[in-house]
Design a binder for this molecule. Structure first.
Ligand code: ADP
Length: 374
């Protein structure tokens, strides 16, 4: 094996810092012209978090502030494309206007050591694609809770003029307490072969979308709007509820299916999913944008009854603990006077009457004694 700068650096670092070694090993790719250093400006790269359409994402630490961050480094291919590079900066700066608890915040965009990178809020947790793979279909209320939060983030983004264009389980990070953060908003996307993505002309740039989740109009290369995200969010919810996206096959087959094939209704795949929720998903996934919910606010309102804690989501439990009048349980409960606290127990009257009689007799006797004894 030829000794490269990277392997020398790796063996030197081995003794010192195992994290650094893993970063360097991650970064050594045979055809890569540049070797990514372990410090990029003030950021120490710790380990790879994932790869995306335009580069890799690293867990990093701002050295002086000791603050974690996610650093997205633009790939060599993307850096070599002036249009993509320019768009990366333009859109990264635009991201600064987004400020919402359900959207990963963008802190900085800059260049160091010949690498262009975006510094993002680090969102610990796992993405919904991983969660789906591990757990399979999720309980309705849990799935709705995630999508409801994503809808809130997307509503904010839409209000600021952003369309996500690549909503999918892999772009929704969930933390330990169930908080959701949207990733990958508005960034330019390249067409990387082999990552299951396809490109289409949207706006002035080439964007990547994922064939499992792509809206029909987006697959046709038409300009997206808020309803495009509504569609992809609907497919995401479909996948969370049934365990998989609605259409299978090759990329071409999926693209055609999104435009022409009716998906199997969610409640048919999973009968325990409320029928009403299945209808909400179907409307989010309508082929014609005009037949979908027009905004994320409408989506949120439609999903609200199926969130954890809402009456509809709780129907099953409610029915067991509070039986309705007329059922056997209700009869059993009403037969027990202790189960009716609103009915005060009636005290017996006889002790009162006896007491009064005794008092009267004693009173009369005393009266007689006083009169006749005196
Ligand atoms: P893609 O372009 O494929 O949507 P990204 O480039 O946004 O993916 O990110 C790739 C992966 O890196 C994500 O699936 C996620 O696991 C991880 N990741 C990205 N951004 C962050 C972040 N801010 N915090 C934590 N992990 C992240």
């Amino acid at each position: 094996m030829p000794t490269t700068r990277a392997t020398v650096r790796a063996s030197r670092a081995q003794a010192a810092d195992p994290d650094t070694v893993s970063v360097i090993h991650d970064l050594v790719r045979p055809r890569e012209a540049k070797v990514l250093p372990d410090m990029l400006g003030p950021y120490h790269l710790i380990r790879t978090l994932g790869s995306g359409g335009v580069g890799r994402v690293f867990l990093a630490e701002h050295r002086a502030m000791r603050r974690p961050a996610a650093v997205k480094v633009l790939s060599d291919e993307a850096t070599a494309d002036p249009e993509l590079l320019e768009r990366f900066y333009r859109e990264a700066r635009a991201l600064a206007v987004l400020d919402h608890p359900n959207i990963v915040r963008a802190y900085d965009v800059r260049e160091a050591e010949g690498f262009h990178f975006l510094v993002l809020e680090y969102a610990p947790g796992q993405d919904l694609e991983v969660l789906l793979r591990k757990r399979g279909p999720l309980p309705s209320a849990e799935a709705v809770g995630y999508i409801w939060q994503a809808a809130a983030g997307l509503a904010h983004a839409h209000a600021k003029g952003f369309i996500h264009r690549d909503v999918k389980p892999g772009n929704l990070l969930v933390d330990e307490s169930g908080g959701v953060k949207l990733l990958d908003l508005g960034l330019a996307r390249s067409n990387r072969p082999g990552d299951g993505s396809v490109s289409g002309r949207v706006d002035s740039g080439t964007v990547m979308c994922t064939p499992d989740y792509v809206a029909p109009e987006q697959a046709r290369g038409e300009p997206p709007d808020a309803r495009t995200d509504v569609y992809s969010l609907g497919v995401t919810l479909y996948a969370l509820l049934t365990g998989r996206p609605p259409f299978e096959g090759t990329v071409a087959q999926k693209l055609i299916a999104h435009q022409s094939k009716k998906p199997r209704p969610v409640h048919e795949v999973r009968p325990e999913v409320p029928h009403g929720l299945s209808e909400v998903v179907a409307r989010m996934m309508a082929k014609t944008p005009a037949k979908r919910y027009a905004s994320m606010a409408e989506v949120s309102a439609a999903l609200a009854p199926y969130k954890a804690g809402s009456p509809s989501a709780e129907t099953a439990r409610f029915a067991v603990t509070v039986p309705t009048k007329g059922t056997t349980d209700w009869a059993a409960i009403t037969a027990d006077s202790d189960a009716k606290p609103w009915q005060a127990k009636r005290r017996p009257v006889w002790p009162v009457l006896l007491g009064a009689t005794v008092l009267a007799v004693v009173g009369l006797s005393l009266n007689w004694l006083v009169r006749h004894g005196a």
